[in-house]
Design a protein around this ligand. Structure first.
Ligand code: PAF
Length: 287
């Protein structure tokens, strides 16, 4: 069975209103399409939690800081709809840019603090674009639950902040990063890797996992992070944008592992930018 598609806020609201008349709970899975198993795992988790699931598919121009990157982003609506059909999601919402940002649109949701550093330092305006579109998608769908992957960890924390600060009545549900058998985190960008780069790519995750274990056992943070950077470059990555240890809930930089944390990295492999993160906490802590 194919998934019904709506393209306007009015159609979306009419469908959701019908569901609400029978008291159905509603979840939303926001995506930019080019769906892979990571997205599908979010949809499956949403279907476990709510009676009705909306998948949104919108390549959001406001979160791209390069016109070339926006133009190159894959648009695969038919394939995406075919991947979703067997899962049982009830609705696909595919607005176009005019529907999302009609002429005269002038509001930006901007989250200070969380958007700074990490990816925010290298992608100016990106997180304002994400915060703005996510707030709109939450208000347009009126969903009870929103599902996000932990792979984009800074995005997840930003979305939580938006929901809390704007009193949006939605529960953000984080889902673990889905990985290939060799450790590489699933990403639509992986398709851009050459066979040689694909062979190198899992090293980012492998170094992060090993480094997280060393930190948990008490290895000193700064020298251990320096060794991790060297290992990523030695594996064949071209450049490291950041490799940092940050507090799991506040994303504050940490120089000693005294509470649960995330080790986060962004690194260039040829012309492809890959990001990943893993959790770590001091061994013996109850968290
Ligand atoms: O993670 C993404 O694909 C996008 O940033 C999101 C959350 C769908 C907003 O456009």
């Amino acid at each position: 069975m194919s998934v019904p598609i709506v393209r306007t806020v009015a159609e979306l609201r009419a469908v959701v209103a019908g569901w609400r008349r029978s008291d159905a709970s509603v979840a939303v899975v926001p995506t930019m399409g080019a769906l892979h198993d990571g997205h599908l795992s979010l949809v499956r988790a949403a279907l476990q939690k709510a009676e009705r699931v909306i998948v949104t598919l919108f390549v959001n121009p406001k979160q791209f800081n390069s016109a070339a990157d926006l133009a190159a982003y894959p648009r695969t609506e038919n394939q995406d709809a075919a991947k979703l059909a067997p899962l049982g999601a009830q609705l696909l919402y595919v607005p176009d840019a005019e529907e999302m940002y009609p002429p005269g649109f002038a509001t930006t949701v901007s989250v200070s603090g969380v958007r700074e550093g990490l990816c925010g330092a290298f992608r100016p305006g990106h997180f304002d674009g994400v915060a703005t579109v996510v707030a709109k998608l939450f208000l347009q769908t009126g969903a009870d639950f929103a599902f996000f992957g932990e792979k984009d960890f800074q995005q997840l924390q930003l979305v939580r902040r938006v929901v809390q600060d704007l009193d949006i009545p939605i529960t953000v549900v984080p889902c673990p990063t889905v990985r290939e058998a060799d450790g590489l985190a699933l990403s639509s960008r992986n398709a851009r890797l050459s066979p040689a780069e694909r062979a190198i790519a899992p090293n980012l995750a492998l170094v992060l996992i090993e480094t997280a274990e060393r930190l948990a056992r008490g290895s000193p943070v700064l020298p251990t992070l320096a060794e991790a950077r060297a290992a990523i470059l030695a594996a064949g990555f071209r450049d490291i944008e950041y490799l940092e240890l940050r507090g799991e809930t506040d994303l504050q930089p940490m120089t000693s592992l005294d509470r649960p944390a995330r080790l986060l990295a962004a690194s260039w492999l040829g012309e492809t930018r890959l990001i990943d993160n893993v959790r770590t906490s001091p061994i013996g802590s109850t968290n």
